[in-house]
Design a binder for this molecule. Structure first.
Ligand SMILES: [Zn+2]
Length: 75
């Protein structure tokens, strides 16, 4: 019998703006979306964070967006 195992959907990654902790050994970072307008500080070591880029799965593929897309199409 053929096992129909669906592979996990590939989530496209995009270069995302993040804030990351400068302190050596501290791996803390956060998406820019969740940051405030001023420079955030690391919640672990209180070091001011620096902007950088990171490849992250795109957040735009949620079901909510799909619903929005369908809303625009008259059936
Ligand atoms: Zn830190």
């Amino acid at each position: 019998m053929y096992n129909r195992k669906k592979p996990l959907e590939d989530i496209p990654e995009e270069n995302t703006m993040i804030w990351s902790c400068e302190k050596e050994g501290c791996k803390s970072w956060m998406r820019d979306n969740f940051a405030f307008e001023h420079v955030p500080t690391c919640h672990i070591c209180q070091t001011p964070m620096v902007k950088s880029m990171k490849m992250l799965p795109a957040l735009n593929n949620s079901n909510g967006d799909l619903k929005l897309l369908k809303k625009g199409v008259q059936i």
